[in-house]
Design a protein around this ligand. Structure first.
Ligand code: SF4
Length: 375
């Protein structure tokens, strides 16, 4: 993957029902879907002069798999009409297991989608019900099996841990069931309880208690060890791949400060030290685009200090870490000399390693990556 070639993100802000833990903005009414798609295609045209080539495409949401095969095809056709996709472009679509059947998956493959992310979340039916997921365990298993049979060779599963009442053993059982399918990629996220969500409210009302810091740490470390033992690379705080070729090329753009264009409501973009993002509201987005304007809510220009801090923060979330020489060339900062005392301390405490000019987090460091960035 070329660091300079941008990635393209398309945000589909619709879901058929709302999961009980979700605080992302998405609409459960599909009435605006045709107008949204129309606006999305217009937005692509507006960016033609600023972006011309991509080597990754990520269609996320929301729930992109609620789109019909024809709508997905329209999106890919419009992308190709407006931009150049290099050969072997990684094209990922996020999916809900309930939407995946043989004919849908075949259509996805026919239009060039070569990577699917399946939002399985758990192999425990009770956990799925607690989270308010739209799919059942049976549907999750069938979705993975049919995806494989349809010929997908790059399948990612999303899983959630830290559910109230969940034991380390029951979580490891979910992981065992997941690796039995040999997915190429696994994302394991800690459940968070945002105050405005139904689960957040139940939590505030004292209906259940959430795992404390120590238990969360144990979940994290056990997950890492289990998946490493199963042959996966723990390449980012929440992400695991069955070989370097299966790491997410698209997400790597975010961690490397590579350029990316985000289209659709709320989508973020980054290019030439500038970050900008669209209105989150579907109506505001459609109105702006139909008036012939970009749907940008705000733009920020990052200073070199902000870029350095971000690069360090993002680098310390990845196993690859930060190459000190690259960092110096790109951000004009000699980390090794300027932060020597602090780096020595973190190394002594076992959070980071510095070897062959590379600064990277240990597995304990990955578990506390957020605070490591404060150096
Ligand atoms: S499918 Fe994803 S975006 Fe939609 S409600 Fe559930 S967690 Fe939120």
């Amino acid at each position: 993957m070329d660091l300079k070639t941008p990635g393209l993100y398309i945000h589909i802000p619709f879901c058929l029902s709302k999961c009980l833990y979700c605080d992302f903005y998405s609409s459960t009414s599909l009435s605006a879907l045709p107008l949204f798609l129309d606006a999305l295609f217009k937005e692509m045209k507006m960016y033609r002069s600023r972006f011309n080539q991509f080597d990754t495409v990520y269609i996320g949401g929301g729930t992109p798999s609620l789109l019909s095969p024809q709508q997905l095809e329209q999106i890919l056709t419009n992308i190709r009409e407006n931009f150049d996709l290099i050969s072997n472009t990684e094209i990922t679509v996020e999916t809900n297991p309930a939407d995946l059947n043989r004919s849908y998956l075949e259509s996805m493959r026919e239009i060039g989608i070569n990577r699917i992310n399946i939002g399985v979340q758990s192999f425990d039916q009770e956990v799925l019900a607690f989270l308010g997921r739209r799919h059942s365990l049976t549907q999750a298993i069938s979705a993975i099996e049919v995806s494989r049979r349809t010929g997908f060779h790059n399948i990612g599963l999303d899983l959630i841990y830290g559910v109230p009442g969940q034991t380390i053993e029951s979580w490891l059982d979910t992981l065992k069931q997941a690796v039995a399918f040999s997915p190429e990629h696994l994302s394991c996220y800690q459940l968070t309880f945002e105050t405005k969500t139904p689960l957040g409210k139940r939590c505030q009302a004292g209906e259940f208690s959430i795992p404390g810091e120590e238990l969360q740490y144990e979940f994290f470390m056990k997950t890492s060890q289990f998946l490493i033992d199963a042959g996966y690379i723990h390449y980012e705080v929440s992400n695991f791949a069955r070989g370097t070729e299966y790491t997410s090329q698209h997400n790597q753009k975010y961690w490397d400060h590579s350029p990316y264009l985000g289209l659709g409501p709320g989508a973020h973009s980054f290019q030439d030290n500038q970050r900008w993002w669209n209105h989150r509201s579907i109506d505001q987005y459609i109105t702006a685009i139909n008036a012939g304007n970009l749907a940008i809510e705000d733009i920020e220009t990052l200073t070199i200090e902000q870029l350095r801090l971000e690069a360090l923060y993002l680098g310390l979330r990845t196993k690859k870490g930060v190459y000190l020489e690259d960092f110096k060339n790109r951000y004009d900062c000699d980390l090794f000399n300027e932060k020597k005392k602090m780096l020595d301390k973190l190394q002594e405490e076992g959070f980071i390693s510095i070897q062959n000019g590379r600064l990277y987090p240990t597995s304990t460091g990955l578990a506390v990556a957020d605070s490591l960035s404060q150096i």
